[in-house]
Design a protein around this ligand. Structure first.
Ligand code: NAD
Length: 485
């Protein structure tokens, strides 16, 4: 199933205490599909009272959930994974419809979310803790303990995958979790709530509170919430981090990015062309791991020609989806205009690419390649978050790495090369938390953890894998001595 059909979901409320709850007082927001720009649902813009209700339900559920053996918690994750697979096509359609991805992209993102569910099913091993005799007759034991009621705030670009970076780890570790999804893509989260409930998750252990800034501020200020994870833009990540930690919470806030992809002349042409395009144009460039700047070292013109030619052949609606909103489309076009005004050359121009047949009114943009840009131009510095690749030229590998180091962000950096020495130089000197060697989207898979550096992350540790587990737990150390006869 690769085509998208219009569905009207009507009024979706929140999910609190194991049931849908439509708040009567909250303002409502239309959710539109990028495919046609038409309304597909309304969601509440919840505030403190809705959040408080979710915290109350979570606090009531927590003692029993905390005391549920980990083997029983992991069984719920096994069932949840099976239900995600049962409803795979329906969920992929939902993600595509609310976010604008193609169906295959939506499926890929669900697969990566399921990876984290699988990691959580292994917690009977992972949560075992440690024990050792540290002295004669004295043992030391380390135990992972849940924090209590915790929350996650997520962006629009991966409505299933990013919430799943948090939910399976946090709840299988014994916490009760409140999700505040993006108000632009809230529907997939409601579907997950239903599936978790069907999988046997007790009422109150997982809640969804829909809304925007007010709901986020209610989370950062609520004394009953112990930890907050956030994924979104750096501006908001920094605000959420400061406000949560000022209120005594543990916080880990992942922000935006401007990822560099360095290409040297010995790079294998076809692999590089495909790697650069899938990184910069995949998910219509709306990925925090998108390589939006390519730095070509010396003469890589043949590779650039290949990138422009192949990108030009991408079919909207088939190979590439739409961008999230009319406002995003306008902002991206404005940034391409600005690059042109600043002297860069638009070698592939997607600004006027028409909507694919049957999708009039949607937020469509064709792939765009900006060449001969310079590092100080806006297009080389600011996260565009659209299907736009900016190309810079460098005279040496050292200069290319210096350009990468000049970015305030630090999510990902990649190099395409056939040389071990070049790859080592980049992986040792890039200022980024995730490095790709001949990999355009270097997302680590569990149990390795996902997380950038610099302005791409506020807080310590990473969001998935064993580092994610550390974030959602406290380690209790018990030292024991018993008298001997
Ligand atoms: P966003 O920052 O606008 O929104 C993220 C969340 O914050 C949403 O739930 C939103 O409701 C809330 N929010 C927005 N403005 C707020 C405010 N003023 N106060 C409090 N809360 C607010 O991000 P987005 O546009 O949904 O997503 C795109 C951004 O997310 C990009 O910058 C992208 O790089 C980033 N992102 C980062 C990662 C990562 O792992 N580092 C992953 C995915 C997306």
């Amino acid at each position: 199933m690769n085509s998208i059909s219009f569905i009207d979901f009507g009024e979706k409320g929140n999910w609190i205490g194991g049931a849908f709850a439509v708040p009567s007082s909250a303002e409502k927001l239309d959710v539109t599909t990028p495919y046609w720009g038409r309304t597909i649902a309304t969601v509440p813009l919840s505030g403190r009272s809705e959040l408080d209700a979710a915290v109350d339900a979570a606090a009531e559920a927590w003692p029993a959930w905390r005391d549920t053996p980990v083997g029983k918690r992991t069984q719920i994750m096994f069932r949840f994974k099976a239900l995600m697979e049962r409803d795979y096509d329906e969920i992929a359609h939902l993600v595509a419809l609310e976010n604008g991805k193609t169906v295959p992209e939506a499926k890929g993102s669900i697969d990566r979310g399921i990876d984290v569910v699988e990691f959580a099913t292994s917690f009977t091993n992972v949560l075992r803790g440690d024990v050792m005799n540290v002295s004669s007759g004295v043992s030391c034991e380390a135990l992972y303990e849940p924090l209590g009621v915790v929350a996650g705030i997520t962006p629009f670009n991966f409505p299933i995958m990013v919430p799943l970076w948090m939910i399976p780890i946090a709840i299988t570790a014994g916490n009760c979790f409140i999700l505040k999804p993006s108000e632009q893509t809230p529907l997939s989260a409601m579907k997950m709530a239903e599936l978790l409930s069907e999988a046997g998750l007790p009422d109150g252990v997982f809640s969804v509170v829909n809304g925007a800034r007010d709901a986020v501020e209610a989370i950062t200020d609520q004394p009953g919430i112990s930890a907050v994870a956030f994924v979104g833009s750096s501006t908001v990540a920094e605000i959420v981090y400061s406000r949560s930690t000022a209120n005594g919470k543990r916080a880990l806030c992942l922000g935006g990015a401007k990822n560099h992809l360095i290409v040297v002349p010995d790079a294998e042409k076809e692999m590089t062309v495909n790697g650069v395009i899938s990184s910069s144009m995949g998910s219509a460039g709306q990925r925090c791991m998108a390589a939006s700047v390519m730095v070509g070292v010396e003469d890589v013109d043949a590779i650039i020609d290949g990138i422009v030619k192949t990108s030009d052949g991408l079919q909207l609606g088939e190979d590439m989806g739409a961008v999230i909103s009319a406002a995003a489309r306008e902002r991206i076009i404005g940034m391409i205009d600005e690059a042109e005004e600043q002297g860069a050359k638009i070698v592939l121009d997607g600004r006027n690419t028409p909507a694919p047949d049957g999708y009039d009114g949607g937020y469509w943009l064709g792939p765009t390649v900006i060449d001969y840009a310079s590092p100080e131009m806006t297009c080389a510095q600011v996260e565009i978050f659209g299907p736009v690749l900016t190309i810079l030229r460098a005279g040496s590998l050292e200069e290319a790495v210096e350009i990468e180091n000049g970015s305030p962000y630090g999510n990902a950096a990649s190099v395409f090369t056939s040389s071990g020495a070049v790859s080592r130089y980049v992986s040792e000197n890039a200022s980024a938390g995730m490095v790709g060697i001949n990999v355009g989207v270097p997302v680590p898979r569990d149990p390795f953890s996902f997380g950038g550096w610099n302005q791409s992350k506020f807080g310590h540790g990473d969001i998935t894998g064993t580092s994610g587990l550390s974030f959602w737990t406290n380690l209790r150390k018990v030292t024991t001595r018993w008298p001997t006869d």
